[in-house]
Write a protein that binds this ligand. Structure first.
Ligand SMILES: CC(=O)SCCNC(=O)CCNC(=O)[C@H](O)C(C)(C)COP(=O)(O)OP(=O)(O)OC[C@H]1O[C@@H](n2cnc3c(N)ncnc32)[C@H](O)[C@@H]1OP(=O)(O)O
Ligand SMILES: CCCC(=O)O
Length: 446
């Protein structure tokens, strides 16, 4: 019997016993995204009445949580998110979730330096290999930092979790684990690609027109990046590379269509680099035992100095609104949280820092509210309470279904002119009047 099998037996316990280590006042990190924990979460929820003032650091939830259901008023567990998924956004609307404003690249450092202690790290992993390693599967993110900081590490084994190859940090060794819980076949969360509209396709076409053979791409989340992925798959682009934060289904389409080779990358040549993967079974099957993909901690993927070592890095992300000076908001509607800063600014910065690189911030020019009223996403000023995700000196290309504009180095009047040309025609006159009041409209334009 190998040493690791013996150690496995010693550390194997039931979910109830494992969560028995939690005490009132503890700080806990829950693994997230496709590693959202079903079994340990259920066991912890059963202890709700006896536990108080527990901080749960989580976010990007891809399954609902029993601890939130068991404590709808947040009297026992506080839900602190590094980023909101649709599920976390629902918790926030219930008054149950809080946000930690951070660039995603900083999360490991925040754990190492800015949290005084982590009492427990609970993480979903794949079954142990013969060397005593548990693979983190589709999400590496901040898990190595969490494991290094936590006083107690509990792994929940999911028999269905893919084994993902990585650069480093994609495994935790049994010697660094305190308790093992066997979750059985708990499946993988299935996140279907967002439905693509004609507007998404028009926006994606403007970006596609700018892509060149050998570019190294980062696609954000949502329908437009998904549309672009499908359009790249159908194009004749070749030798694309991938250095991204999130891996989604459309990368599999691009790979299968022969668009991605990674041959022109300066680092991680030939490999698709990411920090978390979320999509359908097609994606989880693709990453399983595939040496062509490499999962890394987020302070590698999203670090501007590392990412920008790849020439021609092209970042393509979505935003919610932009003001006429070029400040981009991608995370709130006024003061209402929608998602988070995530890795947007990391990649806007990295792409521009890369030789030949470019960054694209994309948005539909309008938003239609529940009453059917259209609002321009290009606004004189950001909605009161909105936060700035990308400051105006950082922003390069902005794209809507009405065109594409480069804001780098543009004066305030050029920004106003270029952005108004991207606005929906119904709003252009009103925007010009507001630009005049803001003293960013040239008299010679009249
Ligand atoms: C994982 C990665 O993305 S890696 C890329 C780097 N990270 C980032 O870019 C992080 C910041 N960006 C993001 O979070 C996203 O790209 C977003 C939020 C800007 C856009 O994401 P999408 O999924 O395309 O947004 P979507 O159009 O579905 O809008 C999200 C929500 O905001 C609401 N919303 C959007 N615009 C408005 C508006 N002007 N007024 C009111 N509500 C609005 C939508 O109704 C939706 O709400 P719901 O889910 O409750 O129905
Ligand atoms: C976890 C961060 C997700 C994002 O960048 O959108």
């Amino acid at each position: 019997m190998s040493t690791w099998v013996e150690e496995y037996r010693k550390k194997l316990t039931t979910p109830d016993k494992a969560v028995g280590v939690v005490k009132s006042g503890d700080w806990i990190i829950y693994s997230y995204a496709a590693n959202t924990l079903p079994v340990l979460d259920m066991a912890l929820a059963q202890r709700t009445p006896e536990l108080h003032d527990i901080q749960l650091l989580a976010g990007v939830s891809m399954r609902p949580h029993a601890v939130v259901k068991a404590d709808p008023r947040g009297e026992h567990f506080t839900w602190d998110c590094v980023h909101f998924s649709v599920i976390d956004r629902k918790y926030y609307e219930m008054g149950r979730a809080f946000y930690i404003p951070l660039r995603y690249s900083e999360v490991p450092r925040y754990i190492a330096e800015n949290i005084s202690r982590i009492d427990v790290f609970m993480v979903q992993v794949s079954p142990m290999d013969q060397h005593g390693n548990f693979n983190f599967g589709p999400t590496i993110s901040h898990y190595p930092a969490a494991a290094a900081k936590a006083k107690t590490v509990i792994v929940e084994v999911n028999e269905d979790m893919p084994i993902a190859h990585g650069g480093y940090g994609n495994y935790i060794h049994i010697s660094d684990v305190d308790y093992i819980v066997e979750g059985g076949h708990t499946g993988m969360p299935q996140i279907p690609s967002a439905l693509v509209t004609d507007v998404d396709q028009k926006i994606a076409q403007y970006v596609l027109d700018d892509l060149r053979d050998g570019d190294c791409i980062q696609l954000g989340i949502g329908a437009m990046p998904n549309a672009l992925g499908q359009m790249i798959a159908a194009s004749d682009l070749k030798d694309l590379g991938v250095h991204t934060e999130m891996l989604v289904d459309s990368y599999v389409d691009m790979w299968e269509a022969g668009r991605i080779s990674g041959r022109k990358k300066q680092i991680d040549k030939g490999r698709m680099v990411y920090t978390f993967a979320g999509g359908t079974q097609k994606l989880y099957d693709f990453i399983n035992n595939n040496p062509q993909v490499a999962g890394y901690p987020v302070d590698y993927t999203n670090d501007r100095f590392i990412a920008s070592r790849n020439d021609n890095l092209v970042s393509i992300n979505n935003a919610l609104e932009i003001d006429l000076s070029g400040q981009v908001c991608s995370e709130t509607i006024g003061p209402r949280m929608i998602s988070g800063a995530g890795g947007q600014l990391d990649f806007v910065d990295a792409a521009y820092s890369s030789k030949g690189g470019r960054s694209f911030i994309c948005m539909e020019s309008t938003f239609t509210d529940a009453e059917g009223k259209k609002h321009s996403r290009i606004r004189p000023l950001l909605t009161e309470g909105a936060v700035v995700t990308d400051t105006r000196p950082m922003v390069q290309y902005v794209v809507t279904e009405h065109g594409k504009a480069n804001l780098k180095g543009a004066t305030t009047w050029q920004r106003a002119e270029r952005l108004i040309s991207l606005a929906h025609p119904d709003f252009r006159e009103e925007l010009i009047q507001e630009a005049e009041k803001l003293k960013i409209w040239r008299k010679s334009n009249k």
